[in-house]
Design a protein around this ligand. Structure first.
Ligand code: 5GP
Length: 176
């Protein structure tokens, strides 16, 4: 079976490309003249970061942080471990955290609190997707691609058991 045939398309690759271009233009406008660092959250944000970075017409740097939740629960516990840290200090820099999806928000809350201790000039958040129905902590998402319903989505970097990250659209697994 070809990749993605068992999926319903929730957000097409054309819709994603159009929205990423808009976000990039907005970010370029807002950060003009500032020292901008994109901080991508691995693994899920790797596709989004690579497209978004090319849509931001500004000098910038890119770094990554890898996080994992403790335990095997599918539900986020908010207890998060940094498994791979940033390669450079962010002190005095304007940080834009780029995340694939903000679900309960607990992961992002942990990351924001951690990054804040490193004294950046500012921290803003860019999320491709957000599930407002599931929010358990208030996260200010400064740049949002798409709000979505409470469904488990894959593709465009997002996985199900490490698969589907290379799907070019955001899909929802079809009910068998
Ligand atoms: P939060 O702490 O906001 O509940 O969880 C954030 C993380 O959970 C995301 O970075 C992502 O890895 C994972 N996640 C939440 N919802 C989904 C989803 O619908 N699909 C996939 N593939 N991962 C999700």
């Amino acid at each position: 079976m070809k990749l993605g045939q068992d999926m319903d398309v929730l957000i097409s690759k054309e819709q994603i490309a159009a929205r990423v271009a808009e976000l990039g233009a907005q970010i370029a406008h807002d950060f003009a003249g500032k020292e901008l660092v994109l901080v991508g959250v691995l693994k899920g944000a790797f596709v989004f970061v690579s497209d978004l970075a090319r849509a931001i017409d500004l000098p910038l740097t890119i770094d990554f942080v890898a996080l994992s939740s403790y335990g095997e629960a599918t539900e986020s516990s908010g207890v998060v471990k940094i498994t791979s840290d940033l390669s450079r200090p962010i002190e005095g820099k304007h940080v834009l955290v780029v995340e694939d999806i903000i679900d309960t928000g607990l992961t992002m809350r942990y990351l924001l609190d951690n990054l804040a201790t490193r004294h950046p000039a500012s921290i803003r958040i860019c999320g491709l997707l957000h599930k407002p129905a599931r929010a358990r902590t208030k996260i200010p998402i400064d740049y949002l691609g798409f709000p979505i319903e409470d469904k488990f989505v894959v593709g465009y970097g997002l996985d199900a058991a490490e698969k589907y990250r290379n799907l070019p659209f955001i899909g929802v697994m079809r009910e068998p």
